[in-house]
Write a protein that binds this ligand. Structure first.
Ligand SMILES: Nc1nc2c(ncn2[C@@H]2O[C@H](COP(=O)(O)OP(=O)(O)OP(=O)(O)O)[C@@H](O)[C@H]2O)c(=O)[nH]1
Ligand SMILES: [Mg+2]
Length: 427
């Protein structure tokens, strides 16, 4: 899972990245602070308790495990994640975040940092546009007075740039490519577009949807090689919508009023995205205090507790600052940055989680680690698809699987359900 952070310069993309990934990066109040993309991992909680909760109750019921003691540092969790962690059955899984250079009007023609960062986004499953809802920066990212820019305009300009970028890719050799239909038949158009766009992650479904939208929106478009600007923009927009679902971090919410993002919120939701008000700067302060072990703060859980080290080191003033940051964050709906990423992954992209294991009785891998992997899969993934998601060898050699929760044998075509624990039998 890979999510790109996009937007005009100076809106807080890198601050967002840093708060989510706990990685220090350059942050400054001027445009183009970021040039090379930053790539890091954000830890996002699963929405349901980890499967180790079920395993624990089974073991407790059969007397093989004592009930959780109040000293247990993992508060009952018994899984051994290969990546991430699990406390109180609150399991964190990795989501790769990409923070790119800011995008200015005309980027698709090479303005600002030009097209480079657009290719940095190519393999992202979804994009989050960070928008300065306080309006304190213009479209080029230069600081202006509060309310000096319009969040809706900022969103529309980004969509327009992405569309123009995709149109640019298909337009370069359009006439020649589209003429192949004359000699090779209708499918040639799809093949040509696939050639052009597979580099940014497009597949046949995206492209068929794009072609269909031209035919329905431009009934008089004629033969493909005569399609003009407006047909190609329709094609590009449909591919972009399918390829990059876009949600919004209404950032710098600490400096603005709710009214300033209401219209934007309606617009984003009408195209299937989600908008969450955020203060990346405030969240970064909490992340930093947590990395310095001054507070204990888990992604996706509101509030924090002060650690022993924090008790020793934090001044009264710092404590109050952290409390007031945390209080202002919980005032907005949506769970802040982690809530936003979670909604993108589990809401918009509708991802499910599955736990592959090698032993259906003990729910362990070959080394005896309990529930080591929690894998994100798409709705409709089959048991065989899950095998491929674990390893291509496991997919190729797939024989059958066992649903470890029910003990039933399942076939290749079984549709994996959220939370399934599955043993795959392969050659
Ligand atoms: N008030 C407030 N300021 C913020 C917030 N998030 C970021 N900032 C400030 O906005 C400025 C720009 O932040 P960056 O994270 O560098 O922005 P960017 O979008 O990565 O900028 P480029 O890399 O130049 O495109 C910095 O001064 C941040 O401290 C926020 O939530 N609230
Ligand atoms: Mg930056």
């Amino acid at each position: 899972m890979r999510i790109g952070l996009v937007g005009k310069p100076n809106v807080g993309k890198s601050t967002t990245f840093s708060a989510l990934t706990q990685t220090p990066v350059d942050i400054a109040n001027y445009p183009f602070t970021t040039i090379e993309p930053n790539v890091g991992v954000a830890w996002i909680p699963l929405r349901q308790p980890c499967a180790c909760a079920t395993l624990r109750s089974k073991r407790e019921d059969t007397g093989r495990l004592d009930p959780v003691s109040c000293e247990d540092p993992r508060k009952g969790s018994i899984c051994m994640p290969n990546t991430g962690s699990c406390i109180a059955h609150h399991r964190l899984i990795p989501v790769t975040m990409v923070d790119v250079a800011g995008l200015v009007p005309g980027a698709h023609e090479g303005r600002g940092r030009g097209n480079q960062f657009l290719s940095d986004l190519a393999r992202c499953d979804a994009l989050i546009q960070v928008i300065d809802v306080s309006g304190s920066t213009d479209l080029e990212g230069n600081p202006v007075g509060l309310g000096g820019s319009n969040p809706v305009e900022e969103h529309e300009f980004l969509l327009g740039e992405l569309d123009a970028w995709i149109r640019g890719i298909i337009q370069s050799s359009w006439k020649r490519g589209a003429r192949r239909v004359q000699s090779e038949g209708d499918r040639a158009l799809l093949t040509y577009l696939l050639d052009q766009l597979s580099g940014i992650g497009a597949d046949e479904n995206h492209i068929s949807a794009g072609i269909a939208s031209v035919l329905s929106e431009h009934p008089d478009s004629g033969v493909p090689w005569s399609w003009g600007e407006s047909e190609l923009i329709t094609l590009a927009r449909t591919v972009r919508t399918a390829l990059f679902p876009i949600s919004v971090a209404a950032n710098k919410a600490d400096k603005s009023e709710m009214e300033s993002w209401a219209e934007l919120s309606a617009l984003v939701e009408s195209s299937g995205g989600v908008l969450v008000p955020t203060s990346a700067e405030a969240e970064l302060a909490l992340t930093r205090a947590s990395s310095a072990r001054l507070i204990a703060h888990r992604p996706g859980i509101e509030g924090f507790t002060i650690t022993q080290e924090g008790e020793d080191k934090l001044s009264e003033e710092q404590r109050q600052a952290l409390s007031s940051i945390s209080a202002s964050l919980s005032k907005w709906k949506g769970g802040g940055l982690v809530g936003l990423v979670s909604e993108v992954v589990f809401g918009n992209l509708n991802k499910k989680v599955a736990y592959p294991v090698q032993d259906e009785t003990h729910w362990v891998d070959g080394e005896g680690n309990i529930l080591p992997d929690a894998i994100l899969i798409s709705e409709g993934t089959t048991a065989k698809g899950l095998a491929y998601a674990v390893h291509s060898d496991l997919g190729d050699g797939f024989i059958r699987a066992t649903n470890a929760r029910s003990g039933r044998v399942i076939g290749a075509e079984y549709e994996v359900v959220n939370g399934d624990v599955i043993r795959i039998h392969a050659k």
